[in-house]
Ligand binder design. Structure first.
Ligand code: G6P
Length: 367
C-alpha cells in the first residue's frame, strides 16, 4: 500500500508522531502489563551461562546498542561490548564460547551490520537480531529474531525505529537480569510499569512541540552545536548531534559530559549552543556541574530536563525544555524524542530537504 504523509509536512514529522504507537505496539509483544513482567521469546541459551554479550549496529541503531550496554551491565551484571558494524567486522575480535551477539537494525539489510553478524557467527556466537523488517537478511541469518513493531519508516533519518529498538532491548535486559538472579521481582514490576507509561509520556513531549520548535529556532543560526549527556543518556547526546548534522547541516558533536574538560570545553564561546541532556537521575549532580561550567564560560546551555532539573538549573540556561519526570531507566527512550524534534525544526528553519538529506541513504546495503 502507498504510505502518505497524512497531515504532516514531512515523513519524518509523521514518523516522530508515531513514536507512541511504535513503542506501545512493540511493548505489547514483549511484556505483560497486568502481571508487570517481561515476556521474552524462547532463547536457545541460558543467560546465566553467557560470558559476554556483543551488540553491533550502525548509525542511530548503534545508539540503541550503546544504551542497551548500560542496561545489561547494570541490571543483569553481564559484560557487554557495543561496537559499530564497520569497525567490528574487521577487528578480528576474539569472542568467548557461549557468547551471544545482537544485531540491531531498522532495515535488517545494512551491509556492515550484516557482515559483523556473520563474523560473530564464525566465532560460534548465538545470533539475535532486533529488526523492523522481519523478512530481512539479518532476520534470516539469526537464531532468534526480535521484531520491532514500528511500522514502515520512510524518512531517511531513523526515528520511531530507535524508540522501538530500545523497548525490545530494555525488556531483554530485564529478562537477562531475571534469569541471572540480579533483579528482584519488585524492581522488575517497577521497570515494567515505567515502560508501560512511556507512550503517554512521549505524547506529552509531542504536545510540547511548539516549545521545542521555538528552541530549535534559537539554535538554527549556530555554526556548531555541542550535545552533552552522561551514563545511559550519553548516547542520546550522540543521537541529537547526528540528527542535527545530517538534517540541518549544522556541525554538531555529542560528548559524554565528563569528557568536556578534555577537549570540547575549548570550543565554548557565546556562539556555541550546548544541549545538555539531563534527566534527574543518579548522575544529575555531575551533569549540573557540567552545565554550570558551560554557563561560567559564557556558553549557551540548552537544558533538557524534568521540572526538578529545570527548577535547579533553568536560570543558568540559555533555553530550557521541561520534560515529564520518569524512572531514569526509561529516560533515554523519552529523551530521544526532543533531540530528534530539535534537529527536525532546525532543518525546517534552514530549508533543507528533511526527508532526503544530501548524500544520505535510508539503508546502506553496500560497503
Ligand atoms: C542509514 C540511515 C540511518 C540509520 C542507519 C542504519 O545511515 O540514514 O538513519 O540509522 O542507516 O540503518 P539500519 O537499517 O541498519 O538501522
Amino acid at each position: 500500500a502507498l504510505i502518505g504523509k497524512g497531515n504532516h509536512r514531512h515523513f519524518m514529522l509523521k514518523e516522530m508522531h508515531e513514536h507512541p504507537e511504535a513503542v506501545s505496539n512493540t511493548l505489547r509483544s514483549y511484556l505483560d502489563p497486568t502481571t508487570r513482567a517481561v515476556t521474552p521469546p524462547d532463547l536457545p541459551f541460558d543467560w546465566k551461562d553467557v560470558p559476554r554479550l556483543t551488540i553491533t549496529a550502525c548509525g542511530t541503531a548503534f545508539y540503541a546498542a550503546l544504551i542497551a550496554k548500560y542496561w545489561f551491565e547494570q541490571l543483569a551484571r553481564l559484560p557487554v561490548e557495543a561496537d559499530i558494524g564497520s569497525e567490528f567486522r574487521y577487528r578480528e575480535a576474539p569472542m568467548p564460547a557461549g557468547g551471544v551477539c545482537i544485531a540491531v537494525s531498522q532495515s535488517g539489510e545494512t551491509a556492515d551490520t550484516l557482515a559483523a553478524l556473520r563474523y560473530a557467527k564464525t566465532q560460534g556466537q548465538t545470533i539475535l537480531s532486533v529488526v523492523n523488517v522481519p523478512e530481512s537478511a539479518m532476520a534470516r541469518e539469526s537464531s532468534v529474531v526480535m521484531p520491532t513493531l514500528a511500522g514502515p519508516e520512510i524518512a531517511v533519518a531513523s526515528t520511531k525505529a530507535l524508540t522501538a529498538q530500545l523497548v525490545v532491548l530494555a525488556t531483554l535486559a530485564i529478562a537477562a537480569a531475571r534469569a541471572r538472579g540480579t533483579l528482584s521481582r519488585e524492581r522488575e514490576a517497577e521497570l515494567v510499569a515505567a515502560l508501560v507509561e512511556v507512550p503517554s509520556r512521549i505524547a506529552e513531549v509531542l504536545n510540547n512541540d511548539d516549545a521545542i520548535a521555538a528552541v530549535a529556532h534559537r539554535i538554527a543560526d549556530a555554526r556548531d552545536v555541542l550535545y552533552l549527556g552522561r551514563g545511559v543518556c550519553y548516547p542520546i547526546a550522540l543521537e541529537g548531534a547526528l540528527k542535527l548534522k545530517e538534517l540541518s547541516y549544522i556541525h554538531a558533536e555529542g560528548y559524554p559530559a565528563g569528557e568536556m574538560k578534555h577537549g570540547p570545553i575549548a570550543l565554548i564561546t557565546e556562539e556555541v549552543p550546548v544541549v545538555v541532556v539531563a534527566p534527574t537521575d543518579s548522575l544529575a549532580d555531575k551533569i549540573a556541574s557540567n552545565l554550570e561550567q558551560v554557563h561560567a564560560r559564557g556558553g549557551k546551555p540548552v537544558l533538557l530536563s524534568d521540572a526538578a532539573g529545570v527548577a535547579r538549573l533553568g536560570a543558568k540556561a540559555f533555553a530550557a525544555l521541561t520534560m515529564p519526570a520518569v524512572d531514569p531507566f526509561v529516560a533515554p527512550i523519552l529523551y530521544a524524542v526532543p533531540v530528534q524534534l530539535l534537529a527536525y525544526h532546525a532543518a525546517v528553519a534552514k530549508g533543507t530537504d528533511v526527508d532526503q538529506p544530501r548524500n544520505l541513504a535510508k539503508s546502506v546495503v553496500v560497503e
